[in-house]
Design a protein around this ligand. Structure first.
Ligand code: UDP
Ligand code: MG
Length: 327
């Protein structure tokens, strides 16, 4: 089959958008001029994440004048992660670039990002908005947040959640972005075994049109997601190792306390051990320890019945046929 879809392109540009009708024309013509200048074969996948303005009409018009513009339209707003995940499944370029639709990211960065993936063989190159044009609160919370994320995930990036990133195709075909996890794609990829993760300082621009789609709740949600992604990354396939260890520690502490109190009562005739705070600490830690164990067993049962429990990402094979389905 030699139709257009089947030919591997140099670059897929993935643009999630939610109510960005004012920016799209300008974004498309800017991307197109950069692509033509460098002679890249490309596609722009615009995912309309349930916009209520005229975004989809604009995408349709753009597709009529430039067939490299392709579109997916969600029935409702599912979020940026859902948009990225869906576009990743359909993109066809050797290098996949994600960028925001609001013109805060500059398409001029694309050729260098492409070069870093192809020539320097990075799995991911993440943009770093060193000089940022967002609000004071956002700029500073983001610094703290990146520090914590670096520490927890071990991925040494200054700007984990930059919308402008470049990926080797294999990366986006191998990972799953769900919930609000788009903030941590480099961490997800690292846990999937893609370890060559680089960073490039990129231009950042103030939003020209419209408003930011993420409010103050991003900070708490971002933190909760960081905790769950760390847990899933480290213990997703063996939850009992985490919950069971905590359970065993709690249970043992409680057990020792209660044995100690029983000895006092039985052999030293100490009256009223139930008046002591230690008595309650003992009971509490035993109960908490048991609960953690039960949690661990349930988590094991759940992960064992997951259809993904025996899915591993293969890098290469020798002397055996590589399953080409995911390539
Ligand atoms: N976006 C989306 N779905 C959402 C929220 C945002 O597709 O539910 C898109 C949005 O249109 C933009 C990108 O994600 O292209 C980044 O969003 P935004 O600019 O609001 O985030 P900020 O720059 O303030 O972090
Ligand atoms: Mg923005």
């Amino acid at each position: 089959m030699t139709n257009y879809e089947q030919v591997a392109l140099d670059i897929s540009i993935v643009v999630p958008l939610f109510n960005e009708d004012e920016s799209l024309m300008k974004l498309e013509s800017w991307i197109r001029s950069v692509m033509e200048e460098h002679n890249f074969s490309y596609e722009i996948i615009m995912i309309d994440d349930g916009s209520t303005d005229h975004s989809w009409e604009v995408v349709t018009q753009l597709n009529e004048v430039n067939p490299a513009v392709k579109g997916i339209r969600f029935r409702r707003n599912y979020g940026k992660s859902a948009a990225l995940n869906t576009a990743f499944a359909s993109c066809n370029g050797r290098v996949v670039i994600t960028m925001d639709a609001d013109l805060q990211d500059s398409p001029d960065e694309i050729p260098e990002l492409y070069r870093m993936i192809i020539e320097e063989k990075y799995d991911i190159v993440s943009g770093w908005k060193k000089k940022r044009f967002d609000s004071f609160i956002k700029n500073n919370t983001s610094k703290v947040y990146n520090q914590v994320a670096r520490w927890v995930t071990g991925v040494k990036l200054n700007d984990m959640n930059c919308g402008l990133k470049a990926y080797k195709k294999e990366v986006v075909k191998s990972i799953e972005v769900y919930g609000e996890m788009h903030r941590y794609i480099p961490a997800i990829a690292r846990w999937a075994g893609f370890r060559k993760i680089g960073e490039k300082v990129v231009q950042h621009r103030a939003r020209e049109f419209g408003v930011s789609k993420f409010g103050i709740e991003r900070f708490l949600n971002g933190f909760l997601d960081l905790m769950s992604i760390t847990f899933v990354g480290k213990f997703g396939k063996k939850p009992m190792h985490f919950l069971g260890t905590l359970g065993a520690i709690n249970f043992s502490i409680g057990f020792i306390i209660l044995i100690y109190l029983s000895i006092l009562k039985l052999f030293f005739d100490v009256a009223k051990i139930s008046d002591r705070p230690l008595f309650f600490v003992g009971i509490l830690t035993i109960i908490v320890g048991t609960q953690l164990f039960i949690g661990g067993f349930l988590a094991e049962l759940i992960s064992r019945s997951s259809p993904h429990r025996n899915q591993y990402l293969e890098r290469e094979r020798l002397g055996l046929n590589l399953d080409l389905q995911n390539q």
